[in-house]
Design a binder for this molecule. Structure first.
Ligand code: ZN
Length: 121
């Protein structure tokens, strides 16, 4: 869920200033990936392996991405480099998305006030 910004008690000037600063700050991150990284442990096919007595193999890290309801894309992040890239990419997406969400809430509040919409920024 989106973070909710307390905007109703802020002045229109303060909202406009924050909007301007967001517009300067927000740069589409080239490496952005909207996904989660999940940690998993598993058992193998060898009948007398310790993994069947609780010492499971892992951790394994997967990148999981929901493309549509019921449509998950998932793959194993095999290397440290891959895991680091995945963490950086999902963090970059989340940071950008939070800024975009804040901009959206500011624009909603400005629209509610009948301020500055839609002709000027
Ligand atoms: Zn095993």
């Amino acid at each position: 869920m989106a973070r909710i910004y307390a905007l109703r008690r802020k002045s229109t000037l303060a909202l406009r200033r924050r909007k301007e600063s967001l517009l300067h700050l927000l740069r589409l991150p080239p490496q952005a990936i909207r996904a989660s990284i999940v940690e998993r442990y598993g058992t193998c096919g060898k009948a007398n392996c310790a993994c069947h007595q609780g010492q499971k193999h892992g951790p394994y890290y997967y990148l999981t991405q929901c493309l549509a309801p019921g449509q998950m894309q998932k793959f194993l992040l095999k290397t440290d480099a891959g895991r680091q890239a995945a963490r950086a990419a999902t963090a970059a997406f989340n940071e950008f998305y939070e800024g975009l969400e804040e901009l959206s809430q500011i624009n909603t509040e400005l629209l509610r006030r009948g301020e500055d919409w839609p002709a000027r920024s």
